[in-house]
Design a protein around this ligand. Sequence first.
Ligand SMILES: NC(=O)c1ccc[n+]([C@@H]2O[C@H](COP(=O)([O-])OP(=O)(O)OC[C@H]3O[C@@H](n4cnc5c(N)ncnc54)[C@H](OP(=O)(O)O)[C@@H]3O)[C@@H](O)[C@H]2O)c1
Length: 287
Amino acid sequence: MILVTGATGQLGGIVVENLLKTTPASNIAVLVRDENKAADLKAKGVEIRVGSYFDKAALDASLQGIEKVLLISSNDFNDRIGQHKNVIDAAKNAGAKHIFYTGVTMKDIETSPLKPLLADHYQTEDYIKESGLTYTFLQNSLYFEVVPMFVGAGVLETGIFFPAGEGKVAFAARQDLGEATATILTTEGHENETYNLTGSESYSFAEIASELSALTGKEVAYTSPEPAAFEGMLKQFGLPEGIVVMSVLFAAGIKNDDFNLANNTLEQFLGRKTTDLKAFLQATYAA
Ligand SMILES: NC(=O)c1ccc[n+]([C@@H]2O[C@H](COP(=O)([O-])OP(=O)(O)OC[C@H]3O[C@@H](n4cnc5c(N)ncnc54)[C@H](OP(=O)(O)O)[C@@H]3O)[C@@H](O)[C@H]2O)c1
């Protein structure tokens, strides 16, 4: 039986939806915090197991009888490594055979401005290796879906004001990542592999602005301000401190070219081209 954590989240939901295309629901379990959010999955015959990454006892019970565990990284930065360790320990205690982990693909976490935020992905991978469990690391690129968050809701009127310089990102659509993850979970030969799952092409924010202009007929300019000016603007908007810090760090990471890592691994798992910038922007801004 395969268990997917984070299944009431966006990526986990896509993974389960795709697993159901090839795997009987009776072979799929999900770990959720709130059973009510999983009513649709329950109706499809998926087994619902309840537990938080913080609750060791619930995790120990929930992981019984599971062969493969997909650990979707937590979106809660409060002791995220501790949360992940609890799931890994429970998987080991319950006798799981293989753990899959959704981390991040970056050039070098050690020299990245994002180290304070994202080093825990690599610490999680180290902990999995130390556990002795068979593993597969799904190092995901930045989602295309973060672009609207970085450029802001009024982008077509204001242009893009984001301190990412000329840095490029091999964005991948969440849908593509979820689909490929389901394939990897249900096919042979992924023991102790690390996959860098990215879009097939990298794009700069100048290219995003230019593609948006072409798509909408509006002149969308790109400005890469000083980080302090960007930070000041976000604070002026009244955004929470955590969001401000995260946005500034991501911009710095992108400027550092941390995510300029396009390759064709995701394309190969999908058996088709990955979603490209034009298709993503069309679906998001021209619909
Ligand atoms: N590559 C990227 O660009 C990118 C962007 C954003 C996030 N991420 C990372 O990738 C992960 C998956 O992305 P996503 O878009 O699917 O995120 P998401 O929609 O926010 O889903 C996160 C999932 O984690 C679950 N979760 C959080 N804390 C938990 C806990 N203590 N115990 C059990 N489950 C917990 C949430 O449960 P509930 O449904 O109960 O809330 C949710 O199902 C994120 O969690 C984050 O680590 C990557």
